[in-house]
Write a protein that binds this ligand. Structure first.
Ligand code: M6R
Length: 609
């Protein structure tokens, strides 16, 4: 979603702002803008790509500025709604949603302020301006103004004639970068790697003042925060290569092909051990996990699908009931809290607003045993949970999640094994067999990636289709859901994932020659049942595309196309079977010419409701 970059430094910060926005492009946006002090306020905005803003900013020199990519919430994507928003010499950029903006707008209108946009952000600019009437101190004005905001925000503010930048966060990500020649702020670390690796993650309620040579932070209670005692300085381990495309055309392509190494890096956490310890999930894990008798998984999108796979593993291996809920539903429904339950939040970004709120909701109901499975250290969800497992997928830039999913699955399998051991259901020999299978995954995934040429040929046949159906059974049903999500989000083909046994209860009515049916057919106990379901499709003239195992007894025939994965992988088979579906979506999107990494209307990190 929206991206923020702010800088105050001895160098010309205009290229820093532009490069920072470029690095944040992956988050999803529809317009961009910046405000500079040189020495009066210059505001530049553009609808479209950061490159257009860069062209406008060419030749500008400044030492003090804020910049923004906007993903529209209040008001259409347009120049007048693009950030920064100004109020007499003061400019604000904002990520998040201000829920009480309508009341504040009314109040500010009555006080004489005129609004030139449809955004909630403009309210913040005028509110700070109004607050400055009582005291000319910008820092205090931001503190007082933000105290009146209801909702989520990360903001950066500058004012003509002021040496400082003021930033604040509540419910939306923001970090500070400590540079050699100045100080910076941004929505995520990738925007600031160009100038520094030393980062401070702000917490909810923090307001920070940035000067070229100093920073200060005041926390939610209004008391000064000690640096580094209370807000440690982290040395980012991201390398420039991690966020570069290198030899690839798209980030999604790069990230699909990085999966063997992402899995290997994640599995380094268990080394060559024959047995694992609950400590993998944090120091408090042995005690917390030992007595767990049920699990509740909370997540959104692709992360929700990894939770659905984990339910099969946890119930089968550990014999513990596991429910999986879409975070945006769980946070608002009346549920029955169980303080003994383990709550697992799964998130690539660690900043998804609904997932974060669902964890807070669970905690508020007395459910304190919380575990984050996340790809971003120091993210809000990681900090909110008592336990953590950090996947090592590296930065995922493409909006369509790929390597985050397979590494989440590896983490969740480790959790299932850990819970199975605590429940006394997994002996040392079985544990060692499961860990061996897990360690072989990078090699197995590499072999699946070699199927790309055949998948590419299939993709050509999808380009003129408007709908597609994905079928799976058992722990491959979530993989059917994930395949459908991938296809719809990047190729804009309407796709549904169904448990194959459910076909005759409704979706079979849709099947005809124009509706490709993609099926996952591993050689497991449900294969014969699945084959009957496929016959039902073929009998109605449906075209079948089947991803089978090497030894699945299914044969190609007219209208039934088969691609075989190199090996059958038992419980971990979903990790392999999702890969061809990722490749299929990627190649269909290429054929259709869509914007693979930044599909329309979507954002990478969904930091608003
Ligand atoms: O960062 P998260 O894992 O919490 O994100 C959750 C979803 O927004 C995300 O998985 C989304 O569904 C992806 N675009 C799917 O490819």
């Amino acid at each position: 979603m929206c991206g923020i970059v702010a800088a105050t430094a001895a160098r010309n910060i205009v290229p820093v702002l532009i490069e920072g926005l470029t690095r944040l492009e992956y988050r999803g946006y529809d317009s961009a803008g910046l405000a500079l002090l040189n020495p009066t306020l210059t505001r530049l905005r553009s609808v479209g790509r950061v490159a257009e803003l860069a062209a406008q900013a060419d030749g500008q020199v400044a030492h003090h500025g804020i910049a923004h990519t906007r993903w529209a919430t209040h008001g259409v994507p347009s120049e007048r709604n693009a950030h920064p928003h100004v109020s007499v010499g003061l400019a604000v950029v904002h990520n998040g949603i201000i829920e009480n903006y309508a009341e504040l707008k009314q109040e500010l209108r009555a006080a004489g302020y005129a609004f030139t946009s449809d955004t909630d952000t403009e309210v913040i600019a005028h509110l700070i301006q109004e607050t400055l009437k009582a005291s000319a101190d910008l820092f205090q004005a931001v503190q007082r103004a933000t105290a009146r905001l209801i909702g989520a925000y990360a903001i950066a503010v500058l004012r003509e004639g002021d040496e400082t930048l003021v930033v604040a966060r509540h419910g939306a990500p923001l970090l500070l970068g400590l540079g050699e020649d100045g100080n910076y702020a941004a929505s995520d670390a990738s925007a600031l790697l160009q100038v520094t690796r030393r980062m401070i993650y702000l917490e909810d309620g923090d307001v920070a003042e940035l000067r070229r040579d100093a920073i200060r932070i005041v926390g939610a209670g209004g008391t000064a925060v000690n640096i580094p005692e209370q807000r440690p300085v982290h040395e980012s381990t991201l390398s420039a290569d991690d966020v570069e495309l290198g030899e690839y055309t798209h980030y999604m392509q790069k990230e699909i092909f990085e999966q063997p190494q992402a899995l290997a890096a994640t599995l380094e956490l268990i080394g060559g051990a024959q047995a694992i310890s609950p400590n993998l999930f944090g120091v408090a894990a042995p005690e917390m996990l030992n007595s767990v008798r049920s699990v509740l998984i909370l997540a959104c999108g692709t992360s929700y699908h990894s939770g659905l796979v984990a339910r099969y593993w946890i119930e089968q291996l550990a014999g513990i009931p596991c429910s999986v809920e879409i975070a945006s539903e769980y946070r608002y429904r009346v549920s029955v809290p169980n303080p003994e339950q383990l709550v697992v939040a799964i998130s690539q970004s660690g900043e998804t607003a609904d997932t974060l709120a669902s964890v807070k909701h669970a905690k508020a109901q007395g459910m304190g045993r919380t575990l984050a499975i996340c790809n971003v250290p120091e993210s809000a969800i990681v900090r909110e949970c008592a336990l953590r497992f950090l996947t090592r997928a590296g930065p995922e830039i493409g909006v369509a999640s790929t390597k985050a999913f397979t590494t989440q699955l590896a983490a969740l399998f480790l959790l299932a094994v850990t819970l199975a051991k605590s429940a006394g259901r997994l002996g040392p020999e079985q544990e060692s067999i499961q860990l061996k299978a897990l360690r072989h995954l990078p090699v197995a995934v590499q072999k699946v990636l070699a199927l790309e040429p055949e998948i590419k040929a299939w993709a050509e046949r999808f380009a003129d289709k408007h709908h597609a159906l994905f079928l799976g059974r058992g722990h491959h049903y979530p993989i059917a859901l994930e395949g459908a999500l991938k296809l719809k989000e990047i190729s804009y083909i309407h796709a549904e994932g169904y448990p194959a046994g459910e076909l005759k209860h409704g979706p079979l009515a849709l099947v005809d020659k124009d509706m490709p049916v993609i099926s996952i057919a591993p050689n497991d106990t449900l294969l014969e049942k699945l084959k009957s379901n496929l016959k039902e499709v073929a009998a109605r003239g449906g075209e079948l595309y089947v991803f089978a195992d090497a030894d699945s007894a299914v044969d190609a025939e007219p209208g039934v196309h088969i691609l075989r994965l190199p090996e059958h992988y038992g419980l971990l088979s979903p990790v392999l079977h999702v890969v061809p579906l990722q490749l299929l979506s990627y190649h269909v999107a290429l054929v259709k010419g869509t914007d693979v990494d930044k599909p329309r209307n979507l954002a990478k990190s969904v930091t608003v409701e």
